[in-house]
Design a protein around this ligand. Structure first.
Ligand code: HEM
Length: 237
């Protein structure tokens, strides 16, 4: 199949799934901002995204995108290494004009996905999964002191509990740093693959990559810094 067997087909799959995931992140980051302004509004959004049929379909779609993006990334890297053969050992110095992140996209991807697993435990497992368990008859299933739609208190507890809250804030900021490098190059590369690769577009596409990565990471970072400040304030009080 062309999407699997040709190099451009594989890159196209990476680009489309990657850009769709960026759209999810823009939605998720904007949604999270609500927690700063109104806890009730945030909990209403969490309730809408709970174990309803449309939220479950969206979650399955999202999981499909992540799995395809991840598997193709590994496949593409193996194919590229095999194509370069022994040549890849010949060059050890940094290649002129090649950005650090473009050479380390797979490693950055592993860091991002590793933190996603921890994040899903912190929130998705205690919210949507808990609701699914309740709906399927396991009414006593509970892994959090908060109700499955009380996202505001879960976020607050994760980021402000003395010491562990501040550790989590730092961990999330490290995650966001890796995400920024991954998105900056990923968006550039996706647009490049989609044909925006002539001299006129090269600089614009690089700028778009920087803006999108900064916007996405900025949306999440605002929330983390907000609670880091609140947590430190509580510690000092
Ligand atoms: C300040 C940072 C963040 C906060 C406060 C936050 C909060 C949440 C919450 C409350 C949920 C559960 C929603 C529900 O099940 O009803 C969730 C789910 C999720 N988050 Fe985050 N999030 C943050 C950052 C991120 C980042 C950076 C990523 C990805 C790189 C991410 C990916 C996800 C995914 C994949 C889900 C599962 C979505 C689903 O159930 O369909 N989150 N997050």
């Amino acid at each position: 199949m062309w999407l699997k067997d040709s190099s451009i087909g594989r890159k196209l799959v990476m680009s489309i799934t990657g850009l769709a995931l960026v759209l999810f992140l823009l939605f998720h980051g904007s949604m999270n901002l609500a927690v700063i302004f109104s806890e009730d509004a945030y909990n209403t959004i969490c309730e809408l995204l709970g174990a309803n049929w449309y939220a479950l379909v969206a979650t399955l779609g999202l999981a499909f995108l992540v799995v395809v993006h991840f598997l193709y990334a590994i496949y593409l890297t193996i194919q590229n290494r095999m194509a370069r053969g022994k040549d890849r050992y010949a060059v050890t110095a940094k290649r002129e004009g090649v950005e650090w992140e473009s050479e380390n996209m797979l490693v950055l991807g592993f860091v991002v996905i590793g933190f996603i697993v921890l994040h899903l435990y912190n929130f998705w497992f205690k919210m949507q999964f808990t609701e699914i368990m309740h709906m399927t008859g396991f009414h006593d299933f509970s892994v959090s002191e908060f109700g499955p739609t009380d996202g505001a208190n879960m976020v607050k507890a994760l980021f402000t509990t003395p010491i562990w809250g501040q550790v989590y804030c730092v961990l999330y900021l490290v995650w966001l740093g890796a995400l920024w490098f991954h998105l900056r190059h990923g968006v550039w590369s996706a647009l490049h693959t989609m044909g925006f690769n002539n001299l006129k577009w090269m600089k614009r596409v690089k700028c778009i990559g920087n803006v999108v990565a900064t916007l996405v990471v900025g949306l999440f970072a605002v929330v983390v810094f907000y609670y880091l400040g609140a947590g430190i304030g509580m510690l000092c009080a």
